[in-house]
Design a protein around this ligand. Structure first.
Ligand SMILES: Cc1cc2nc3c(=O)[nH]c(=O)nc-3n(C[C@H](O)[C@H](O)[C@H](O)COP(=O)(O)OP(=O)(O)OC[C@H]3O[C@@H](n4cnc5c(N)ncnc54)[C@H](O)[C@@H]3O)c2cc1C
Length: 444
């Protein structure tokens, strides 16, 4: 059995940053384990679905995540909105001592690579007409590029196609990781630490498979209780989204289209993200074939909270993912307001020369009750899972503010799962910042 100073599990957005930073010290050996492949094709990914969504017509919704070197950054749109400072400050207020926007600011620039693109007419003009301050996309760096740049370091071993099945804990000390590769079970030892960067679905899943989680659930799944941590897998958050879709008289290119943040309550904080799509999106975000465009609206401060649970002890069984979309009625009300704002945008005079009809929900549909049903019929998650190994100091927190798993030595989690609440921007940049700070905490 080979041992390394650090074993990082998951080569996604966070795992690649951790590998780059920790292996920068040539005296330190690092293993980076990844379930996905080094050379992904169009079909690679975790093709998850949610459990039936009680408040969205009991639909089971697609929940794609990246499974490759680079993780979800291989699949994501790489829009690099930072989010509002107060959505980071909320972490410290929830018990994540010193995880404020100011403390994270040095790490938040890292994910934004390219400058803003040129304004796209007529979408840009429609945005101004509807009273918004448009912003252009910034591209984020895919995490795999960072890994490619360091792959030759002699002290870094990258092992793709290796799925971790549990962390090995002996009398409260995490010693290493068991994984499956090429039909065999491998075991690797960590002389210093194991760091989980398997994402907000993968990290609670791996902790649960290792017997770290709510005791009663573990026993019900036939797993031993290594550490009774009730918060593992709770507090799942994602940005719920829907759209207003229009048929058009010709193609409406939305590349580099503006996007904008807005308030569903004029006296409240920004809580809505609006963006254009270059296809008319049918219910559940399915692109239509006809010419047209969409205005997608997503809640950036959802009140609903869901869970990640196991189906049983089989490490290959997909987890039970319940983002509990629209479980909180306040989210439905704000989505209806968001829909009306999306409509103002999509129906703006600047688009009258290309706009044909409002296909979904349809221009005649205006009552709040019918629009609320439309939102329930069309809502989808953004594949921005967060919060399932929450950082804090209370009894339900999973990791402490230095990202160490409570009640287990030598084990940290450093990915999108540790944030107490989802940021109001895109989650890639926030995850990069978590990983950068984690690397500092780990290496001292
Ligand atoms: C389709 C899609 C679109 C997105 N669009 C955007 C966007 O436009 N802007 C934005 O900011 N964010 C976007 N995101 C979200 C963003 O990609 C994530 O917030 C971010 O990548 C989370 O990083 P992470 O390191 O926590 O997890 P991930 O990047 O998902 O990395 C987790 C890694 O762990 C691996 N893994 C999991 N379990 C195991 C195991 N048992 N053993 C070994 N390896 C394992 C996975 O294969 C994966 O490589 C999008 C995500 C998706 C899926």
């Amino acid at each position: 059995m080979r041992s390394f100073d650090y074993v990082i599990v998951g080569a996604g957005t966070a795992g690649c940053v951790l590998a780059a930073r920790l292996s920068a010290d040539p005296e330190v050996t690092v293993l980076l384990l990844e379930a996905g492949t080094a050379f992904p094709d169009g079909d690679s990914g975790w093709h998850y679905r949610t459990v039936p969504q009680a408040d969205a017509d009991r639909a089971t919704l697609s929940y794609p995540l990246g499974k490759a070197l680079g993780g979800s950054s291989r699949a994501d749109g790489l829009m690099a909105g930072l989010g509002d400072p107060d959505s980071y400050d909320a972490w410290a207020e929830a018990g994540a001592t010193d995880w404020t926007y100011a403390a994270l600011l040095p790490f938040l620039g890292a994910g934004a690579a390219s400058p803003v693109g040129p304004p796209v007419e007529p979408l840009w003009a429609a945005t101004v007409e509807a009273g918004h301050h448009p912003q252009a996309d910034r591209d984020a760096l895919p995490a795999g590029e960072m890994l490619a740049a360091i792959a030759q370091r002699p002290n870094l071993t990258v092992l793709p196609d290796a799925q971790a099945v549990r962390v090995v804990v002996d009398r409260g000390d995490c010693r290493g990781v068991a994984y499956h590769v090429d039909g065999h079970t491998g075991l690797t030892c960590a002389d210093r630490e194991v760091v989980l960067a398997t994402g907000a679905i993968g990290s609670p899943r791996l902790l649960l498979l290792s017997g770290i989680g709510p005791g009663a659930d573990l026993r019900a799944n036939g797993l031993p209780v290594v550490a009774d941590l009730p918060g593992v897998g709770s507090n799942l958050q994602d940005h719920p989204r829907s759209q207003v879709a229009y048929a058009a008289t010709g193609p409406v290119p939305a590349d580099r289209a503006p996007h904008m943040l807005a308030r569903t309550d004029p006296d409240g904080p920004q809580d809505l993200h609006l963006t254009f799509g270059d296809r008319p999106l049918h219910p559940r975000h399915e692109p239509g074939e006809e010419d047209g465009y969409s205005v997608v609206f997503a809640l950036t401060r959802p009140a609903s909270r869901g869970t990640v649970r196991l189906r049983g002890p089989d490490p290959y069984a997909p987890p039970l993912i319940d983002p509990a979309l629209l479980a909180d009625d306040a989210d439905v009300d704000r989505m209806v307001t968001g829909l009306r704002m999306a409509r103002d945008l999509g129906g703006a005079p600047a688009l009258s020369s290309v706009r044909d009809t409002e296909e979904f929900p349809g221009s005649g549909v205006d009552s709040a009750a019918v629009l609320a049903q439309y939102v329930r019929d069309t809502v989808t998650p953004c594949s921005h899972p967060a919060g399932t190994c929450r950082m804090g100091i209370d009894g339900a927190a999973v990791v402490d503010p230095e990202l160490r798993v409570h009640a287990v030595d030598g084990l940290r989690v450093a990915d999108a799962s540790v944030v107490p609440s989802i940021v109001t921007g895109n989650t890639h940049t926030a995850t990069l910042a978590v990983a950068e700070r984690a690397a500092r905490l780990i290496s001292g």
